[in-house]
Design a protein around this ligand. Structure first.
Ligand SMILES: CC(C)[C@H](C(=O)O)[C@@H](O)C(=O)O
Ligand code: SF4
Length: 768
């Protein structure tokens, strides 16, 4: 018999296939998770769930916790306890809860006094916890960062965190394959951050929705691991839940160079504390070398970009796709034909306080933030320091600017200090801080004040992200350093003596994908204050634990926006509250209240009868993109909305709703618009999950919808997913035995009683 012909597979296909524990008839796959990173924001309710159900953590050896989002970045000398150092009550409560949980559940934890503490996506790779070919999750959307190693790494919500803690698996539907190739030589002074901002500008923030992106091409092949991490990190801003660096195919169609994970990857990992050692390293390496996309593998989406089209890039608006080359100008809405897009740009510019046609280099800034899981690694700090050095020994941060540098981990801070980078920064007037997420989202005291303008190396420029009313421009570390010195957005190449070439044709298309859609955007005008703020319909938070969904009837609010992100749905300060009854009023707070005066706006949910809406119909795609915060669906539920209808949803948001007895129904855009028109009359719609239909008013025929059969079954019966997965405990056990045999290096952490030994204080890392 001839041997079966194997279909060529992508790297994503291969890693997926290697982690299948069980496949249901409907294709839903129980996927084994090799590595689980935990932080203080998205874990408290997960641990609480385990406690209530009397469950333990299945693989303490595959779980690593740290504290990052809430931790202040002021000097830590003299503090031994997190509760003394973290004074803001809600932040303190989350930090203390994590410390209690890791103790109770026996997890390895890098706490505030541990030199290995840092941003969760920095410490995984740094310790060698992240490895090629693994599956890796975290209750955080930027888990995509770890894809740089050829790992399948994606963010999850809190319910899924609990699921992984209890079962070390996740039920998953496979995503689509998308490949982005960037080939050619980058201009001098163009960095990985410019490349990923440019990509997002080209494909838009919904460009990768439903996909795992494979980054291919000579540019990624030439990048260091740290540069690859910065790129994969922002896959989520490109709409994809995960991104991987993979084997390259040049734009000419010929295979070229080596595969990734490649020698650059292996070199980076060798000798890291948690990476395999000795004979185990050799075995791991032999497997890792097989991890490449096969010749002829099929991609559902392909994008090709010429490296020569990319020059240093900054954002001017309030979405990561609002980018422009630094040599360009603020866009002029008058030149935008599409009225909807025009309106959106007008609003962005109003929020950002920008005048059309202003050259970007004339934009004056107040603050500089160099940090975040995108750009706080040693190479980022070196690149910023290079600009400061190039500016001369007397270079100083502009007198009107406050500039802070927040290393991604204690280890990076030490390394930078060993190289004298801190001295370069401090001499120039930068503030040198302790490790954490810091002003990337300002859950700690590092925040912008209203209308302050920040040049930031982080990844999100949403309204209010770095502080209510704050204005964020995303850019690279070199560009941030240059902005700090001049006090304006600046082409960093000017300090390097490099020619500052102008914009290219490709850049001009960047803002082509509209942020707003539909005939009349229903967003309130900034500063308009004529509505009344509705109070939540369901004040009791007991509603949150109701997992059952059968039928749901009520009036529906219409929203004509695209790319609604979870930061807009629920602001960061509500990620740390313990009184969940506040979530209903907090839903869409930045749209319902004027950011400066706090007065209610004319947003639809502020107005009767829609202040009692039970359904939301959004006519724009990519609903719920961005952060993995499960507080987003929770806030809808507490408000009283249990069903959201839209043309498409971001993956994490969709699964977060389904975990919470809510429905995210995907329908063609025209159908959404039809239903939205019904809704505007104030008539009630009825969602019937038994019949998979939406009953409309005025005798119109019902609209049918489909929902994943397994999820539907769970919702109709109010089932606990974890309980269902635990019924497959034998299969999980068999998978683990196989894994121990075939990939024993993934289990080596277990050799010391299943625990990574946590160092006390700021001592040297222990030898595992
Ligand atoms: C807190 C967490 C849920 C969130 C995320 O998932 O991205 C945060 O890290 C962010 O950057 O907004
Ligand atoms: S995006 Fe910002 S807040 Fe989120 S994990 Fe990264 S550094 Fe932390």
């Amino acid at each position: 018999m001839p041997a079966p012909v194997l279909k060529p597979r992508t790297l994503y296909d291969k890693v997926w296939d290697d982690h299948v524990v069980h496949v249901q008839e409907d294709g839903l796959t129980l996927l084994y998770i090799d590595r689980h990173l935990v932080h203080e924001v998205t874990s408290p309710q997960a641990f609480e769930g385990l406690r209530t159900a009397g469950r333990s953590v299945r693989r303490t050896d595959c779980t690593l916790a740290t504290v990052d989002h809430n931790l202040p970045t002021a000097p830590r000398n003299g503090y031994t306890k997190i509760e003394d150092y973290t004074t803001e009550p809600d932040s303190k409560a989350q930090c203390v809860a994590l410390e209690e949980n890791v103790k109770e559940f026996g997890l390895t934890y890098f706490g505030m006094r541990d030199r290995r503490q840092g941003i969760v996506h920095i410490i995984g790779p740094e310790q060698g916890f992240t490895l090629p070919g693994i599956t890796c999750v975290c209750g955080d959307s930027h888990t995509s960062t770890h894809g740089a190693f050829g790992a399948l790494a994606f963010g999850i919500g809190t319910s899924e965190v609990e699921h992984v803690l209890a079962t070390q698996t996740l039920p998953q539907k496979k995503g689509k394959n998308m490949r982005i190739s960037v080939d050619g030589d980058l201009h001098e002074g163009v960095t990985s951050k410019d490349v990923i901002l440019h990509i997002i500008g080209v494909i838009g923030t919904a460009g990768g929705t439903g996909c795992v992106i494979e980054y291919a091409g000579s540019v990624f092949r030439g990048f260091s691991m740290e540069a690859r991490m910065s790129v994969c990190n922002m896959s989520i801003e490109a709409g994809a839940r995960a991104g991987m660096v993979t084997q390259a195919q040049s734009s000419a169609g010929a295979r070229a160079g080596m595969a990734a994970p490649d020698d650059i990857t292996f070199e980076y990992l060798k000798g890291r504390p948690l990476a395999p050692k000795g004979e185990m390293w050799d075995r791991a390496l032999a497997y890792w070398r097989t991890l490449k996309t096969d010749e002829g593998a099929m991609f559902d989406k392909e994008v090709r970009i010429n490296a020569q089209d990319i020059i240093p890039t900054v954002t001017w608006g309030t979405s990561p796709q609002d980018v422009a080359p630094i040599t360009g100008k603020v866009p002029d809405p008058a030149n935008i034909e599409d009225p909807v897009r025009r309106k959106s740009v007008e609003r962005s510019l109003q929020y950002m306080g920008l005048t059309p046609n202003t050259p970007l280099t004339e934009i004056k800034i107040d603050k500089v933030f160099i940090g975040s899981c995108t750009n706080s690694r040693i190479e980022d700090l070196r690149s910023a320091a290079k600009i400061v050095l190039a500016a001369g020994p007397d270079a100083k941060v502009a007198s009107h600017v406050y500039a802070m540098i927040v290393p991604g981990s204690g280890m990076i801070k030490e390394q930078a200090e060993a190289e004298g980078l801190d001295v370069i920064f401090k001499r120039a007037g930068f503030d040198w801080r302790e490790a954490g997420c810091s002003m990337c989202l300002g859950m700690n005291p590092d925040q912008l004040r209203p209308q302050e303008r920040c040049a930031s190396t982080s990844n999100r420029n949403f309204e209010g992200r770095q502080g209510p009313g704050g204005r964020t421009h995303l850019l690279s570390p070199a560009m941030a350093a240059a902005a700090a010195l001049t006090g304006y957005l600046t082409d960093a190449r000017k300090f390097l003596g490099v020619e500052q070439n102008q914009s290219t044709p490709a850049i001009k298309e960047l803002s082509a994908s509209a942020f707003w859609i539909g005939p009349e955007p229903t967003l309130p005008e900034l500063g308009a204050g004529n509505g009344t703020l509705a109070s939540s319909v369901e004040p009791e938070t007991a509603v949150l634990s109701d997992r059952k969904f059968t039928t749901w009837k009520g009036i529906a609010a219409r929203l004509d926006m695209q790319n609604i992100n979870t930061d807009v749905i629920i602001s960061k300060q509500y990620l740390k509250i313990s009184d969940f009854s506040l979530l209903g009023d907090a839903l869409f707070e930045t749209l319902r209240k004027d950011p400066i005066t706090g007065t209610p706006t004319d947003f639809i949910l502020n107005h009767p009868p829609f202040d009692k809406s039970k359904i939301l119909i959004c006519t724009g795609e990519n609903f719920g993109c961005g952060s993995s915060r499960e507080n987003a669906p929770w806030s809808f539920k507490v408000f009283g909305i249990r069903c959201i209808i839209a043309p498409s949803f971001a993956d994490i948001f969709r699964s977060n709703t389904l975990q919470n007895g809510m429905l995210a129904i995907e329908l063609a855009k025209e159908v959404c618009i039809g239903l939205a028109e019904d809704a505007e009359t104030g008539a009630e719609l009825e969602i019937d999950l038994e019949k998979n239909e939406i009953r409309r008013p005025n005798g119109q025929p019902p609209v049918t919808f489909s929902i994943d059969p397994f999820r539907r079954h769970c919702l109709l019966n109010g089932l606990d997913n974890i309980e269902i997965t635990l019924q497959k405990a034998d299969k999980i056990g068999e998978f683990e035995e196989r894994r121990e045999l075939l990939q024993p290096w993934l289990c080596t952490l277990g050799r010391k009683g299943g625990k990574i030994v946590a160092s006390q204080g700021r001592a040297d890392p222990l030898d595992w």
